[in-house]
Design a protein. Sequence first.
Length: 883
Amino acid sequence: MSAAHGTTCPYCGVGCGVTIDRQNDGALAVSGDVTHPANQGRLCVKGSALGETLDLAGRLLQPQLDGRAVSWDQALDQVAQRFSRVIEQHGPQAVAFYASGQLLTEDYYVANKLMKGFIGAANIDTNSRLCMASAVVGYKRAFGGDAVPCCYEDIEQADLVILTGSNTAWAHPVVYQRLVKARRQRPQMRVVVIDPRETATCDIADLHLPLRPGSDAALFTGALHWLAEHQGLDSAFLQQHAGGTEATLAAAAEWSPQRVAAFCELPLERVLAFFQLLTASRDWVTLYSMGINQSASGADKCNAIINLHLAGGRIGRVGSGPFSITGQPNAMGGREVGGLANQLAAHMGFNAEDIDRVQRFWQAPRIARQPGLNAVELFQAVAAGQVKAVWIMGTNPAVSLPDADAVRQALKQCPLVVVSEVMAATDTAELAHIRLPALAWGEKEGSVTNSERCISRQRAFLPPPGAARADWWILSQVAQRMGYGAAFGYRHPSEIFSEHAALSGFENHGARAFDIGLLAGLDRQQWRQMKPVQWPVNGQHPDGCRRLFSDGRFFHADGRARLLPVTPRLPQNAVSPRYPLVLNTGRIRDQWHTMTRTGKAARLMRHLSEPFCEIHPEDAAEQGIADRSLVRLSSPYGWMLARAQCNPGQRRGSVFVPMHWNGQFTAQGRVDGLIPPVVDADSGQPESKHAPVRVSPWPVSWQAEIFLRAEIAAPKGIYWSRVAQDDLTHYIMAGQQPVEDWPAWLQQHFMLEGLTVQTAQLAQRGLHLIGWRQGEVQLAFYVRTQVPLLDRAAILSAFEHPPIGGPQRLALLAGRGASGQPAAGATVCSCFGVGENRIIAAIQAGCHSTEALGASLQCGTNCGSCLPELKKLIQQHASQRVA
Ligand SMILES: Nc1nc2c(c(=O)[nH]1)N[C@H]1C(S)=C(S)[C@@H](COP(=O)(O)OP(=O)(O)OC[C@H]3O[C@@H](n4cnc5c(=O)[nH]c(N)nc54)[C@H](O)[C@@H]3O)O[C@H]1N2
Ligand SMILES: Nc1nc2c(c(=O)[nH]1)N[C@H]1C(S)=C(S)[C@@H](COP(=O)(O)OP(=O)(O)OC[C@H]3O[C@@H](n4cnc5c(=O)[nH]c(N)nc54)[C@H](O)[C@@H]3O)O[C@H]1N2
Ligand code: SF4
Ligand SMILES: [Mo]
């Protein structure tokens, strides 16, 4: 017997339903919810590892004032008094909130209401500025409302799926799995991937366009011209439902396929192949993400994509539409409540009518009348001393904002920094005067909206740990203590949801896309049981609505959509002889953002364990960089260290570095320290995919790995990277200064006292050292001039099952398994812990399909996230048989 519980995954914007089964022994089993429309039972590797991130290690469990634990009363009084004092002395513009698409809608609604309706400034912006802001501008300009037209089913039903600026296989894995399955079932479907580098997503591409970074607008504008030239326009649709057609087509007419090919640095045949697919296919979906949005002309790129769909009439029908896929679990919810500094609430803006309407609804004493500071401006205003108090909730800006060193510096100088967090140590929380412990996933209650406008419940299945409280509660308490008790007397999140729903329907009459007015009446019980539903939910769509614009009516006053002439521009951050390479940044399969949660799960860190820099082998050779060596990347803003990964799938002239690593996990690996704070003028979104950098070798005299039972901080002045291992500490390290006496160095930094030490001296000052206490391994250390080749799994297991006999002990000292088996290598399949070397061996022994590998090793048979990598390994190794 077990008790099942339905909730929603806290990671990506796919918004998968998750079932939690509590077994009789109390253990929790996480699986995909078969009834949820987003995933129908599937989960990706991050979702299926959720159970491994629930322990309380590293959690913030008590409010803290200047590092001291205090009561909630003390902490809340301090926040309220100190915010009120700044407002009294310097006005409401001197305070700001910086929120997150990882807050629940109910939390977000309260934060927005407090800042915009009661403090009276619009200085609340969010990490969605770094993520969705360009997409929002694109939709608003085209449709008159921030409305995503499509649903996931459209991707499955399309004849042509265009994935641009999206590494769907890694960033939205369950959508990717749905696409893979649909393509198998509908072999006529074609998939085009547009990305400067060859990603795991290219695995299913019929056509990959490795375009020049930042050049997408030219490709889509050229495609529009192609439609016009090849009878591809839907004239009836344009006549009845759109405006701006003529000017847009005239601007596009300058973009012949030849000019597009030259601008995008693509072979003409590939450009033509793409254009021909457009004219040959009945239905298209364009799925776009950060490779489009994170650009100084991101909003225009979004409109170039939407123009094409409007012109071809590929919108508002099954299998068609421009689909901006959201990143965070509640990026969409943030847009709904108005959690951006240039929106008011519930899709209303700063025009006189909306201001009046929201003021009446909230009975707001001091409503904001103009947009506030957006994310990048906000931290610049903190640095300039204009903003004197900032409250950061659910985001880690010292890591994720561009020019992150300046952000860190700004926070250091700011008179009041409040951080609401679930973790005690993050790069941002370390700079806070007041830390407020928030409830984490599994403990909190509320709702989120995914990429296809589907509102789902996150439900609590764990008790609140320590003194942690819900974000909405913390905000309401502060509001009450600032004197706004009547408007913030919420006792339960369902009351907030109900108010939010009522505001969305308030004097709406079909004018605003976001309308869930029908959900305003839900009582606590009904809200608890609310089933996933896609907005709008109103009189016209009482059961929700899967696909928008089927009737050709848009949200501009005249009911028509707009095409917008676009002038393709190259990135603002241009390379120079001093900074000759383009730094592209993004995500890896198994980590989430700044790693505060996924960085806890050992199996999620075995796939990629260090910050890395993917570089084309020829660029590497030119710079004298060897594969797997350490490199230093620098820009005019900052520098970092990473491990070089030579990869011919990288475009020449550009390198890729993951956004995830930060001060908690590595010595100097925050990539955002290098990114210029250059933003799109229309959306305020930073150009995080295009920073000019220099990459050079970082010569070291030694490279080492250490595994230890004790929790000890890494030494300063060296390169180190922490690898999550359940109860052990594991660092990869390297240093530029030679070390004369390793045992003394270890003694100084890692405490060898009381250990029996066994060593093996190697050539060129290499040393392996095992420290024992009472028959148990306490420490294992391996240093060489090159990266030591170790069987990490065997070493880790020696901590659990100490080697007894001489040969086993010698094997441990050598860093090998006792069985003589080859080391497992980097984990490719995280679900079953299957390493690269075992997979290669199986391929060489005859497993030449993913099915055969699955049957032999189980890899790829659970969440499927590693299938693209398995295929790649098969391609690389199937022909090489073992002799
Ligand atoms: N595993 C994992 N999944 C996640 C997240 C995570 O942290 N980890 N985060 C979530 C969030 S918040 C977001 S926003 C999404 C982001 O999801 P994605 O946008 O898919 O992820 P990214 O890796 O940031 O970038 C996507 C691709 O854009 C490409 N790109 C760079 N420049 C250009 C260009 O000029 N043109 C084109 N066409 N492509 C370009 C990059 O090479 C990269 O492969 O992922 C969500 N899902
Ligand atoms: N160079 C570069 N930079 C980027 C990007 C890129 O592609 N390249 N992508 C950008 C994008 S798209 C995004 S979305 C951002 C993401 O960047 P961030 O938002 O900074 O990253 P997270 O690690 O998700 O931060 C969330 C924080 O909230 C905490 N948290 C989790 N749950 C809760 C909760 O319930 N309540 C509270 N109060 N706290 C909680 C987590 O522990 C964590 O510290 O990064 C942006 N930065
Ligand atoms: S695809 Fe996204 S929402 Fe679904 S399980 Fe994976 S991380 Fe969670
Ligand atoms: Mo994002």
